[in-house]
Ligand binder design. Sequence first.
Ligand SMILES: *Cc1c(COP(=O)(O)O)cnc(C)c1O
Length: 484
Amino acid sequence: MSKTIFEHSVAGRRGATLPQRELDSKIQDLISPEYLREAAPRLPQVSEMDVMRHYIKLSHQNHFIEKGLYPLGSCTMKYNPKSHEALARHSCFNNIHPCQPESTLQGSLEMLYELQKDLAEISGMSQVTLQPVAGAQGEFTGIKIIAAYHQAKGNHHKTRIIVPDSAHGTNPATCSLVGYDVVELRSNARGRCDLEHLKSIVDENTAGFMLTNPNTLGLFEDQIEEIAAIIHGVDGLIYMDGANLNALLGIVQPGKIGFDVLHFNLHKTFATPHGGGGPGGGPVGVVEKLVPYLPVPLIGKNEEGYFFDYGHAGSSIGKVHTFYGNFAVLLRAYFYIKMLGAEGLRRISENAVINANYLMALLREHYHIQYAGPCMHEFVADSLWQKKEHGVSTLDIAKRLLDKGFHAPTIYFPLIVPEAMMIEPTETESKESLDAFAAAMLEIAQECRENPELLHEAPLTTPVRRVDDVRAVKVLDVAFPIED
Ligand SMILES: *Cc1c(COP(=O)(O)O)cnc(C)c1O
């Protein structure tokens, strides 16, 4: 960053007026002299206006959902109600402590209890733990539960979990972390699980199967019953990566079609804004026979009210996070679900699916789509034509989108589509904004034909041009440059 962006200090300028008071002599006695400052700290000397303009200017150099469409496939960057932010910050919830006696926490416990129930209903599962704080941690919890089930049944020979080649990277990572060997399953020409291949790799050693539905191509895995018969046939369990539930709300209950364990990403589907690794929520739902293995405590209810239920502590996998998860994230999900109700949730999914299909139809003639057919909440286009005919890559196209005021889609994922662009518009975009995004993509397709050089140079209008992302991660330097 150039020095001029950060240097606004003018000697003697002030942004705040503090009361003139000598430090209370008693306080002064309490502080050891070595901690007392002799000279004033070297802080920027700026007015309130300087500070405001500085931060607003910096914020505009970033991209965020309130600024423009953010079609990041799989990551579901949708607009979330601001009223839920205000509610989650309300002093009623912020001034409580998890170690308070249960009798003084009844309102908050009721909310957690209701959320457990609502998520169980949405997913068709028997019970839900709210403890995991990320999708990946939900996966870890779910696979630990599968391991605990096999342990209890003496299935010690079961050492493998099957994961499709289109899976999110966290899936195989999770299996390895829990101690399983990962067996990769091929996708077929329809972009779904190849059942013949599945039959050939399933055996007595199969502990489970991890499947994302809709899968990362944005396609509904329509052979779940056959898959369930194959996996359950060897006493394996089926895990659903439910990070992308935006297409299924009120339409499909995974627990009713053969899945045994599932995690939610509250920070994708249920109203917690995300990005930058902020706090999340990855609750896990399970079918009846796996309830004994859920982390402790669950939130229970009896005649006296709501309580922390440690009843299954003997068989539980234990705790996966301090206290009860990310409470404020859980609150937002609760408000969101109650505000929308069953019908509203279904409408979200219907609109997410319609928006994605509409956008796909607008782009289909201009960008290659490897797996055709109706999509769910997202679809994967690619730049096969642009690459072959004009030498323009997906990275070039993604960078050019920034010049046109849009965030890029997820690129180069899933790995089974070369030059992939994974586009998820979400239900919160209007027809006008979808049209505007499609128009930008069409303009770029034209630029590829007329001026491919321009695309290799993009972005041209952003404060920072192309960066070396590998170096940026490895040699992280975010310190304010101080010169003496
Ligand atoms: C986002 C995502 C995850 C991981 O969720 P985190 O909260 O980032 O850990 C897992 N699977 C899929 C399909 C995802 O989109």
